[in-house]
Every structure is written in structure tokens, then in C-alpha cells.
Design a protein around this ligand. Sequence first.
Ligand code: FES
Length: 477
Amino acid sequence: MESIWRKTCTIEERETLNREIQTEVAVIGAGMAGLLTAYQLKKASVHAVVLEAKRIGNGQTKNTTAKITSQHGLFCDAFIRKKGQKTAGQYVQANQKAIEEYEQIIQENNIECDFERTSSYVYSKNEKKLRNEAKAAAKLGIAASYVRHIEIPVPCAGAVRFEGQAQFHPLKFMKAIAEQLEIYENTPVRKVEGNLIQTAQGIVKADKIVFATHYPFVNFPGLYFTRMHQERSYVLALEDAGVINGMYIGDGEESYSFRRYGKYLLFGGQGHRTGENTGGKRYEMLRQKAKQFFPDAKEVAHWSAQDCITSDQVPFVGKYAKTRPGWFVATGFQKWGMTSSMVASKILCDMICGVENPYAKTFSSRRFSTEEVPQILKDGAKAVNGLSKRFFQVPEKAREELETGHGGIVKTKTGKAGVYKMEGERDCKVQSACCHLGCQVAWNPDEKTWECPCHGSRFDCHGNLLDGPAQEGIQYE
Ligand code: FES
């Protein structure tokens, strides 16, 4: 299940940190946000090192659809009503500037990463909503318009078009940027205390520390786990699907994503909250849709992505917590990781260098507004539910009832366990409680993984950690 980006780009392995080093800034996480932050700092003559638990781009960056856009769904109209025109305008401008910044970096460094300018579209069946959105976006300074006809075969009443957006190959871009940076791979961070970072085999003393780990793994202070949840979505790369020039996404239920990469069409959808996928068959449902839309197309790759969703749909960028003045964070990029990474890198670099950034307040990680409350309560209720399942829910199945090739929470002599019944082999057993904050994990039959419904940690069928905020696996002793 390698993404098309992984299949078409290899990045040379870097050394593992096995000594003590000192630096002005340590960036934890070599995804797009981490590398761009280190890159901006280097340009500002600040010494930065990047620490990566696995490999460069190995987290969510390799799974993105790599759209670089300020069009984040049908959001302008709603944003203006919720946050006011000034804040909405700043959000849009920061993202629009991020597109220019990518282009500039690519030109300055002669990076061959298939970058191309194109329009982005959000389609919907609701024409009134589309027209209102186009007007609101234009009010915020975007070259936006309502268009009746689009080039993809989905039933809709048209779309809102943003001109001058972009798409690229994220790993080719990262590979070029990484060559200029001091990066340590296979260097998982075990502990962060003050300005001291303890890795598996080394120590980093840093004046400032940036957490660019998709989901921050230090729970206290910060409490980011109370303000975000994670969602998964699935992507197919199709050949012979015809030529599509724009980048598309649907509004609301049954939303699909489309973009071209060379001769391939990347077709995505079937999103769900991580840990809530009991029915499975997500890839199958996506394939059926692909067949309906593009009957001649052939699948060449499939993969899935995971996104952090904040309670007010704006990323958290800035100081980690009041009590940790030297710590910074970038997280909660929704489904717009490429653009948000660039926005975050500019804000963080300015903050670290003591330069005022016009967008810092809009994205501030320490902001709090009453509009966040309903989503925080909803996420809190999900967490309580996940936790109570661990203590009170009777296992649904006995081990014998599990079908081969499937997993579930079952009764054991000592309590409960997650069991994956493998074909012709011994069962694969894991702890049923997530090691982050203890919620009961759930089986994802499409990916053959264990997922935590509370904050979205993921583990492979053996219990090895795939995605945080958990920092360890859930292997059965
Ligand atoms: Fe938080 Fe599992 S991810 S309890």
C-alpha cells in the first residue's frame, strides 16, 4: 500500500543521532512542516537540526494528495460569519501566500518536483451555497467564481473555482530541501524536558524546540488531545481515467477528491473518524465509485491518509504552552497539510527570530474561542466513550467467532485482548487499551490495523506503533 509519491521517489537515508549535540533550534519531525521550518530558519541564519523517528516524509507527507491551495472546502462564507472578515481574510491570505512561497523556493533552488499552477474547485449540489461562497471568497481578495460546468463526472450544481492554485510531488520537493539540512533519521525522541531532548541513542540541547510531529505527543502541558481528533481517508491512483486539469473536492457527505499527477488520476474519499470503521470495505466502496465515474480506469496504487482536525478548523501554530516558553508547535492542518505546513513554517521562523508575523494571531496555538466548545465537548464525549468501553464493554466475540483475516476485541483468561486471526498462522494478539491515555482500540479491516477512536493513534496488527500521539506500541506481553 505505497503511495504514488513513495513509489516514484527515494530519499537517501541519513545518520542516526548517537551522541550529544547542541543547537539553537531542534525540530522534532521530518515531515513537510518540520523540514520547511528548518529550511526557513537556515535562511534566517539560525542553526537548526531535525530529529525524525523513522524516515524523512514517512509520516503523513507521503500520503497527501499534495494540493497547495487556499481553498479549504466551502469555508469563506462560514468563516466570515464565525470569525469576522479580518480573521477570515488573514487565514486566506496566509494560505495564498504559501503558494507563492512554494513557487519561489522551487525556482530559487531549481527543484524538479512537477510543480504546476492550476485551479482548484469545490463542487456541491447546493447552488445557493456555491454562489454565496464565491462572493465571500472574492470579498477576501481571492480570484474566485461560481462555475456551472466542471470536468469531472459527479452529480452537482456546479463548483466554486479558485484560480492560481498549485499541485506538486511532495517527496521530490522534500528530497531537494532535505539536502540542505542537518537531519537525523531513525532517531525517536523519548523525552523532552526544558531544553533537553533525549533520543533513543543521543541527547540534544536546544535553545528552542519545535514539535512538528503531526500530533503533539507531550500531553501536559498543552492539552492538544482535548482540542483535536483524527480522521482517515483513502486514495486510489488510476490510469486511463482521462485528463483532468483542475483539483477538485466535494462539499459535505459523499465528498470525493480528484487531482491529476502525470498520467494518473488520484481519486480519494470514504473519510471517517479514526477508530470508527467497523464496517470496513472503504477501499471497495471507493473502487466501486471509481468504476462508476471512470469505467476504463485501472488502479495502480492505493493508500490512506490521516489528518488532525481542530475544534475550529484552524491549525494550531505558535507557542506550545504558557509554561514552556522555548517550545513551539505546528499541528491540526485538517486536510490541507501542504499549504498549512508552509504557513506554519513562516510563522514559527518569525516567532523564533523575534519578527512580527501578521498571521500569527489567527493561527495562534493558545487561542480559545467559545465557538470551539461544541466540538471540544463532542470530542470529549468520544474519548469518554472510548475509555468506558475499555472498562465496561463485554468483548463482542469469542476468539473462535472471528473470521480468518479479521480482528476484534475478544475475551481472554486474564481479561480482554485485541486478536487478529491470521491465515494459517498463530493469532496475533495486542493489548486492548491504547497506551496514550487508555481508550479501547478498534480494528480497521481495510488496513489490518488497530486504531484508537479517542485521539487517533494507530498500530499495526502486531501492535507496533504507526501513528501518534501514542509513543509506544501495544504489543501483548
Ligand atoms: Fe489517546 Fe488512544 S490516542 S487514548
